[in-house]
Write a protein that binds this ligand. Structure first.
Ligand SMILES: *[C@@H]1O[C@H](CO)[C@@H](O)[C@H](O)[C@H]1NC(C)=O
Length: 216
């Protein structure tokens, strides 16, 4: 998985160096405890699985890789080389990648705008790209105060137009990227809102913005 982010324009993130003061044994003990607690919590909350209505969201947790998010129950869960997991539905593809990284936090690189510009630069470098436009770059804190960036951009390629929601986080020497790409058509207002006119984009946004790392 080490190569995952490299082909996607974020290798500058994985190549950063910081002083090695990881205190791993302590961290591992904490991680094990967190994993146990998460497993217990998951076993005690059948409510999440009970909802099955169209558009309903259900929690997806990977305790080993240390993250969680909400996904539509109706979407297919599958896999793809390099991705930890892939969800498909509503003309949308959401892939999650986890890569080892030396740095501790996104703060060490710069602002959401800066990371957004890097992602756009990677898109521009692709031969199939006709144009790109950054539509949003914001930051938030996860439940455990981990800094998370939510990026939103539009890309026009020789194969069609896409809206991309990329959520990026760094926690415990792991780089997480949630990459939601939505097939779309330009609306009269000039915005790319998803082939269904909006709900798919809203659903993808709900998925990306629900991403968080799990307790350490
Ligand atoms: C995210 O998805 C878009 C659209 O499919 C793709 O061009 C881009 O390379 C992906 N980025 C990452 C970091 O996976």
């Amino acid at each position: 998985m080490a190569g995952t982010a490299q082909s996607q324009g974020l290798q500058w993130l994985t190549q950063q160096t910081v002083p090695e003061n990881n205190a791993w044994p302590h961290k591992l003990a904490l991680e094990r405890r967190a994993l146990l607690l998460t497993l217990l919590a998951a076993a005690c909350t059948p409510a999440a699985q009970a909802e099955a209505a169209d558009g309903a969201l259900v929690e997806y947790v990977n305790v080993k890789e240390g993250y969680r998010l909400l996904r539509p129950t109706a979407w297919e869960q599958t896999s793809k080389a390099g991705a930890d997991v892939l969800f498909l539905g509503d003309g949308t593809e959401v892939g999650i990648t986890v890569s080892p990284i030396r740095i501790k936090s996104l703060e060490q690189f710069g602002t959401p705008q800066f990371v957004g510009d890097k992602l756009l630069g990677a898109e521009r470098a692709k031969e199939s790209t006709k144009s790109v436009e950054l539509l949003g770059a914001s930051e938030r804190r996860g439940a455990h105060q981990v800094l998370i960036y939510d990026l939103d951009y539009f890309v026009s390629t020789t194969r069609g137009e896409k809206r991309v929601l990329s959520t990026v986080a760094v926690d415990r020497n792991r780089l997480y990227i949630v990459n939601a790409s939505i097939k779309c058509r330009r609306s009269a207002a000039g915005t790319c809102t998803g082939e269904d006119g909006g709900p798919a984009l809203a659903r993808a946004r709900a998925v990306a913005q629900s991403f968080d790392t799990v307790a350490a």
